[in-house]
Design a protein around this ligand. Sequence first.
Ligand SMILES: Nc1ncnc2c1ncn2[C@@H]1O[C@H](COP(=O)(O)OP(=O)(O)OP(=O)(O)O)[C@@H](O)[C@H]1O
Length: 311
Amino acid sequence: MTDGRSSPDTTGEIVVSRLTKIYGSAPAVDDLSFRVEPGRVTGFLGPNGAGKTTTLRMLLNLVTPTAGQATIGGRRYANLTDPVRHVGAVLEASSAHKGRTGINHLRVICTAAGLPRSRADEVLAQVGLAPAARRKFKGYSLGMKQRLGIAAAMLGDPRVLILDEPANGLDPEGIRWMRGFLKSLAAEGRTVLVSSHLLSEMQLLADDVVIIAAGRLIRQGPVDQVIGSMAQTARVRVRSPQAETLRAALERESATVDVDDQGALLVGGVDAPTVGRVALAASVELHELATERPDLEGVFLELTAGKAGIR
Ligand SMILES: Nc1ncnc2c1ncn2[C@@H]1O[C@H](COP(=O)(O)OP(=O)(O)OP(=O)(O)O)[C@@H](O)[C@H]1O
């Protein structure tokens, strides 16, 4: 039962399977497979031109794959009987008739989609735009347009939300709001897939990440695990008034030692307890001892290095 026109299953899982899109002779998306779980926020990351937007557009049946398929709740988007009730998508900042008010914009969509007009008021309140409901779209800030786009995506109360760079153009308060809002949707059991190049933001927002470069999967998994998988590149930062003695002792243990511009030792190849034991054995006094793990930004750059420039 994968191609019938009945309702999708209730899980809202997204499955991308060997998806490929070739423009001319170059693949924009190349044999890409990954899964997106309900109840979690999944960050879809990649350098410019990695193929994120093309993938999302194939998921939403806006671009036809060259090969492979993508399903939402077990169905291709094209086979969903009432897609607006299953999938909400925001691919770019909302556009609307300039002279139309926010509430009227949403009511028009409700009418076209066969949804009760009362949903327009509900979703405007949900995204915090009720005070601007009767203002004309042409007077909306970019942040308000983003909120209106999300409100439109929420009209059908979908289990699955797909957003392309939703934090674009938002101020810090807007970004904080977006983070809380998307997390609360995931906490309700919805599937939330968000593409972004704002890696530091993803580290705060996402439970899972899917990292692609040059159209191919680089890594996927829980954020902590993806960062943790790079733990071999973690270094220990240590400060001591007897830095040279400590350095010599560590090098005898085959550790690599660099000195940063504040005089702290950056030790590779051994963990923090080992550094502490070596210091104790050498009667070296320590003023600081900490493991420095790479953050998502560092992991991302390391994983995608050389795989894709700007295309
Ligand atoms: N309609 C199209 N015709 C030809 N090439 C295209 C088309 N759409 C995308 N591409 C190419 O496919 C590749 C992937 O583009 P895509 O927009 O999916 O990447 P992206 O990861 O979303 O990038 P960005 O972060 O810059 O938006 C790029 O090389 C792009 O130039």
